[in-house]
Design a protein around this ligand. Structure first.
Ligand SMILES: *Cc1c(COP(=O)(O)O)cnc(C)c1O
Length: 458
């Protein structure tokens, strides 16, 4: 490198002129900044021995830089990771019906808080009430921003300054870094832990109920499992105890499934209906886990309690926006009409026949030529639900040098594709990918595989 070479770098004005020449005479907004960025990068490249680029080349890089800067930070990715509900990837994809419902409400005005019959103010909570009742069997229902908010609201309203009894095995950290003891503390309730990590009996709860007790909290912490010598009290027995001692039983279901998940090849996730039938006072669950809807926290339970929550000042701060209400309504309607298997993407993905998944994986693998093969694997549910075994699947496996670097190339492309790396190979699971994206994935696999000449010695 010589300072002569650095001086040969085209000046900002020359690169801008080259950009204008390409772009029909106009200089796009931010062009100067983009040019400065690419010239600075070129300077570093020249210092480390690369050739001095021409104005044309820098103009092209600056246009790319501009296009990159214009892209929204939040954008779609193709989830080929093999985890169905990835909090980092936005959890559940929405049904076509939910997306349509959101778009229709977004486009113009709506009766969000307007009673069209009476021509006067209505309640935004009214839109979901009946659907929550129908789908869960509870007397009444309310939805807020997410399940953490639902839990916080319930504890804050009913247990502030009082005691909440939780089994030691359930006072845990749940999905998304949410810690039950922290939420309790924030709400102003006092945590009373009972039993031991692996065993808690009815008598433990009984002994812990003092005049200061407001509730027993049950947490379905299914992102981990304590196995072996364990004991938990059935919720129906806790419900009877809570009723007899005049305190509440709150069930944080986490994922909150409305259908039996066993026929989909995964463990039976406790359903909301089971929770309600067991006599739980308030059952809480997420909208965007196994429900397959938008981010929301749903509270289903006794009418008098839900009515109090609807009126609570904090509910105003945690309320859903109109788009989430539209999407959640459409999602719940699919369950009410028994169409979840056809409409809701996560159930469709889980129900996809193994042979069909295998043939998609074979197509993807073929795009990689000699580096591609298929491997049997498991699609994990994720999202703090069903820790067990996962669902049988087939992945395309790419044996290319530098698996982590290859995975990064998948992520950096447009659209971004998120694979996973296992045993030095890049795996892509078709089960969590919409079949409409199969072509895009195959093309990317081909492009990346062909840019790496050497095949990994397996
Ligand atoms: C995921 C989860 C939550 C938090 O739900 P969000 O909807 O993400 O706020 C709370 N409790 C349990 C048991 C969970 O699994």
């Amino acid at each position: 490198m010589t300072s002569d070479e650095l001086r040969q770098l085209p000046a900002v004005e020359r690169v801008l002129a080259a950009m204008r020449a390409r772009d029909g005479g106009t200089s796009p907004l931010g062009a100067t900044d983009a040019v400065r960025t690419v010239i600075a990068a070129a300077r570093e490249a020249v210092k480390s021995g690369l050739a001095v680029p021409g104005a044309e080349e820098l103009a092209e890089a600056a246009l790319e830089e501009l296009a990159r800067a214009a892209r929204p930070s939040l954008r779609p990715v193709i989830n080929a990771s093999g985890v169905l509900l990835q909090t980092n990837l936005g959890r559940a994809p929405l049904s076509a019906q939910a997306i349509t419902a959101m778009a229709e409400v977004a486009r113009g005005y709506s009766n969000l808080e307007y009673d069209l019959e009476a021509g006067e103010r209505g309640s935004r909570h009214g839109h979901l009430r009946e659907l929550i009742r129908r789908t869960t069997g509870a007397e009444d229902g309310l939805a807020v921003n997410n399940n953490a908010a639902a839990l916080f609201l319930v504890l804050q309203h009913f247990a502030r300054g009082k005691e909440v009894i939780v089994s030691r095995g359930q006072a845990v950290e749940i999905g998304g870094g949410v810690r039950i003891p922290d939420i309790l503390a924030q709400s102003g309730a006092r945590l009373v832990e009972v039993g031991t990590t692996n065993r808690t009996y009815l008598r433990d709860y009984e002994a812990a109920i003092t005049p200061d007790a407001a509730a027993i909290l049950w947490v379905h912490s299914s992102n981990f499992r304590i196995i072996g010598f364990t004991a938990e009290v059935p919720t129906a027995e806790l419900a009877a105890l809570a009723a007899a001692r005049d305190i509440l039983l709150v069930d944080d279901l986490g994922s909150g499934c409305l259908v039996d998940s066993a026929p989909y090849g995964i463990d039976h996730e406790p359903t909301v209906q089971e929770s309600v039938r067991a006599g739980v006072d308030l059952s809480l669950f997420s909208g965007d886990k196994l429900l397959g809807g938008p981010q929301a926290g749903i509270i289903a339970g006794r009418a008098a309690l839900v009515e109090q929550l609807r009126r609570a000042p904090l509910t105003r701060a945690l309320r859903l926006d109109k788009l989430a209400i539209a999407a959640l309504s459409a999602t719940l309607l699919a369950y009410a009409q028994g169409r979840e298997r056809e409409e809701i993407p996560i159930w469709r993905m889980l129900a996809a026949p193994l042979e069909q998944v295998r043939s998609r994986a074979e197509h993807w693998a073929a795009a990689a030529g000699a580096a591609g093969s298929i491997v049997a694997a498991k699609t994990m549910v994720g999202g703090g639900s069903l820790p067990g075994e996962g669902v049988a699947t087939w992945c395309a496996a790419l044996a290319l040098p530098g698996a982590d670097e290859v995975a990064k190339e998948f992520r950096r492309g447009e659209p971004a594709i998120v694979p996973r790396v296992h045993d030095g190979r890049v795996l892509l699971d078709p089960r969590t990918v919409d079949a409409a994206s199969d072509g895009a994935v195959a093309r990317r696999i081909a492009a990346i595989a062909h840019s790496k000449h050497t095949v990994h010695p397996d």
